[in-house]
Design a protein around this ligand. Sequence first.
Ligand code: UDP
Length: 235
Amino acid sequence: MEYKRILLKLSGEALMGNQQYGIDASRLEQYSLEIKKVKDLGIEIAIVIGGGNIYRGVQAESSGIDRVQGDYMGMLATMINAMALQSALENHGLYTRLMSGIKMEQISEPFIRRRAMRHLEKGRIVIFGAGIGNPYFTTDSTASLRAIEIEADVVLKGTRVDGVYSADPEKDPNATRFSKISFQEAYQKGLNIMDMTAFTLCQENNLPIRVFDMNKPGNLAKLVQGEEVGTLISS
Ligand code: UDP
């Protein structure tokens, strides 16, 4: 296996599928199956899920809500997604634990690093909800930070494109995909991989990122077994 312990980052928007808002049940089911395949290979899995399909802090100001309040609303949105994902995974007989960056003791455990690592060792899938629990951060930064804390081997950023391109492949037909790129080069080229906080955390802590197409069946299992899928960003 290429990796023993992974941190999978899924955006909230990915959960929308073809809908305009909310959670698409078939997408949730599809992701659960992809995650199960990897679990069955014996990989330890932690997941950070975003909330953009429900709410983002940046939306707040236009509706007269201050940014910090909006960010907390965004964090709550991630918990809704995390709970949905937890149920979907459990429907496939997987053992899971939901850990929240904000105390919500009726529905989740608080994030405690040692406990998270113990869950992983015992084969439970750990979902980190509510981001890191602080405004002005994103779930990408959460993914980088938690991955470093739990000593994951890699951050796997599941998206709807199959890697990092020289330009936006949805707009520029001449865009080419990198199979590998260094942090330094990605930074110099101004490639949009993760927000700068998330990107810098990974770079400074030597934690590789792999961007890949989560919607393509089998991709996640392939890459944990060492196949070249998506783009690897490393030192
Ligand atoms: N958020 C935050 N702190 C965190 C994580 C998330 O304030 O540690 C808020 C922020 O407002 C963000 C929203 O939660 O916009 C939803 O997360 P994100 O935008 O990262 O979701 P994604 O784009 O991955 O769906």
